[in-house]
Design a binder for this molecule. Structure first.
Ligand code: AMP
Length: 296
């Protein structure tokens, strides 16, 4: 349909390119560029769900060639975290990515991405030291380094990230700005289950009972948002109100914080645009979620 590279804007299973090698990926994208198509990248760790796929829809609006990477990046998991048992389902991933119109699925091996331990990494400043960064030392260095590598491999015009991981998306934006990377960053909204739970590959770890308790994360955020809408502005009081909801759900809270959207520093007064971010453990599963006040 589009010439020798055989890459199409809308796909059937046989049209999609599923590539494992960096060199192949670069070759495949040469055709798209020659034909003047913009390239969008949606980086993921697979175990795809509707949240990932909505990012593909956003990418599709912005580019003629949509590349999805599926790579469970060992360098963003800390010791004792779930790298080994992180859900991997390449067949299902391929099926849903094809259905949703992904043009190129890039699924490199760990050896392909890290033939040797890196001597150079992308280390975030203070924005990466708080919250997720404090609880998961080295996590954001792992994330930013792999994202920078993917950016250099794919050379996308635009890359799409989810609000679900808002500190990560904000750090990627900061990296692009601070390192002058010629890539636009789009942030897609958090996709939720019908009852409000933010979709996550890790939700499949939850037992039915834990699944019910996990709902307190979104309930806490909604309660904070409602009280803010009713006029409460003191972030300490709002955090206490959210904390009570988490306690009721027996969530082991890592943090519930009201933070500035640019710096992730805590705010005294909650205003329009303040981020309410929450992280906690339900059983052995660690979950995160957030809302932006005034936008929820
Ligand atoms: P992951 O595979 O969990 O690393 O996520 C890959 C991308 O999908 C990241 O940009 C995430 O923020 C995004 N994402 C994950 N869950 C959701 C969700 N429920 N809604 C929107 N985006 C999401």
């Amino acid at each position: 349909m589009f010439g020798p590279a055989g890459i199409r804007a809308r796909n059937t299973a046989s049209d999609v390119k599923e590539l494992y090698r960096i060199a192949q990926l670069r070759d495949a994208l040469r055709g798209a560029r020659r034909e003047g198509r913009r390239v969008a990248l949606v980086p993921t760790m697979g175990a795809l769900h509707e949240g990932h796929l909505r990012l593909v829809d956003v990418a599709r609006e912005l580019a003629g060639e949509v590349v999805m990477s599926v790579f469970v990046n060992p360098r963003q998991f800390g010791e004792g975290e779930d790298f080994e048992r992180y859900p991997r389902d390449p067949d299902a991933d391929r099926r849903v990515a094809v259905q949703r119109g992904v043009d190129v699925l890039f699924a490199p091996t760990v050896e392909e991405m890290y033939p040797a331990p890196p001597s150079v990494e992308v280390v975030p400043g203070p924005l990466g030291a708080r919250w997720e960064g404090a609880l998961r030392p080295g996590h954001f260095t792992g994330v930013l380094t792999v994202v920078a590598k993917l950016f250099n491999i794919v050379e996308p015009d635009v890359a799409v990230f989810g609000q679900k991981d808002i500190q990560q998306a904000t750090l990627v934006r900061a990296m692009v700005r601070d390192l002058n990377l010629p890539i636009a960053i789009e942030i897609g909204p958090t996709v939720r289950e019908p009852d409000g739970l933010a979709m996550s590959s890790r939700n499949r770890y939850l037992s039915p009972e834990e699944r019910r308790r996990a709902l307190s994360l979104v309930r806490a955020l909604q309660t904070v948002s409602n009280r803010w809408s009713e006029g409460e502005r003191d972030s300490g009081r709002l955090a206490t109100i959210g904390g009570t909801v988490l306690e009721e759900g027996e969530v082991l809270v890592d943090y519930l914080a009201l933070v500035h959207p640019d710096t992730f520093e805590p705010v005294q007064e909650a205003t329009d645009g303040t981020i309410v971010a929450v992280a906690g453990r339900v059983g052995a599963t660690r979950l995160i979620d957030n809302i932006i006040l005034g936008r929820a």
